[in-house]
Write a protein that binds this ligand. Structure first.
Ligand SMILES: [Zn+2]
Length: 298
């Protein structure tokens, strides 16, 4: 009995730990980036299989030791002795609602499992760059490289920073350019959003346009521009055609870029001062690459 109890406790602990891990995995980008989803599932499955196999090889417990309470147990509190016209009679306790309870446990477990699966499916849609196959990643980098070269007007290379060597997970450094070697590293989340748009036709919100602006921004740096404000201004203008080439609807791209432009104009805090757009960054201004089209930035 003692042995069985320990096993039950151990199994429950493993299940609880696996559940905690899965929930943490769902809500942490860092965990998702480093640990594939099948790992906890395999561990849990292996634990279940081990328990089943071990249970089978063990000697069965003595059947005779499990007997329902009878009259001799009455003084231990099981059932009760009732006296009526026929004499003293033993009334057994009502059967515990074992089945109903087990059914309820299954139902609760089923609902929990459904919730976990739904969350997993949702998180898959916002999946990571690392989750893509190496073929897909290589294809995507080739495409980003071609687009960056077009904007830079030079031969350049775009790499996605898989290991966060340069971009730092969680930091706001989304891209870094090395103009002398014509190389730029993009944050993996940026790469994934660009990939989703270019290869899966997915994503048309602010995060998508921001990722497009990051690629354009680093490409402008690779073209030789070092001033951040000027670079961002040129990136905002290059981002429109780039977004359309990657598959974004033109009207949608205009609206998103108008919003991005406005929010950057409104940004006047000290930390971002070096990135502030110059006053010539406007329709007809010195930095307007298409003056006279009455549209800015796209
Ligand atoms: Zn920059």
């Amino acid at each position: 009995m003692r042995h069985e109890l320990d096993r039950g406790t151990l199994q429950s602990s493993i299940r609880a730990a696996a559940l905690v891990f899965v929930v943490a995995w769902l809500f942490s980008d860092d965990l998702r980036a480093w640990i594939p989803v099948w790992l906890p599932i395999v561990i849990l499955l292996a634990a279940e299989v081990e328990f089943v196999l071990r249970g089978r090889t063990e000697r069965p417990r003595h059947e005779s030791r499990r007997v329902a309470p009878g009259p001799e147990d009455a003084d231990l509190g099981f059932g009760e002795l009732v006296e009526d016209d026929d004499g003293i009679r033993f009334v057994p306790p009502p059967a515990r609602p074992e089945r109903a309870r087990r059914r309820l446990a299954w139902a609760v477990g089923g609902v929990l499992a459904a919730i976990v699966v739904a969350l997993a499916v949702r998180s898959d849609r916002a999946a990571t760059w690392q989750a893509l196959s190496s073929d897909d990643r290589a294809k995507a980098e080739t495409r980003f490289t071609a687009e960056a070269a077009r904007i830079a007007g030079a031969s350049v290379r775009v790499r996605c920073d898989d290991g966060y060597s340069f971009t730092g997970a969680g930091s706001d450094t989304l891209g870094i350019a090395f103009p002398r070697s014509g190389l730029t590293y993009l944050d993996p989340t940026v790469c994934r959003r660009l990939y989703d748009l270019a290869f899966r036709g997915r994503g048309s919100d602010e995060r998508t346009i921001d990722s497009i602006i990051v690629l354009a921004h680093e490409a402008v740096h690779l073209g030789g521009e070092r001033r951040e404000g000027v670079t961002e201004c040129l990136a905002l203008q290059a981002a429109g055609p780039l977004a359309v080439r990657l598959g974004l609807d033109e009207g949608r791209a205009r609206r998103l870029l108008d919003a991005a432009f406005s929010s950057r104009l409104a940004e006047r805090n000290v930390i971002r001062a070096a990135y502030a757009l110059p006053s010539s960054c406007r329709e007809g201004g010195a930095l307007d690459r298409r003056p006279g089209d009455s549209r800015f930035p796209f």
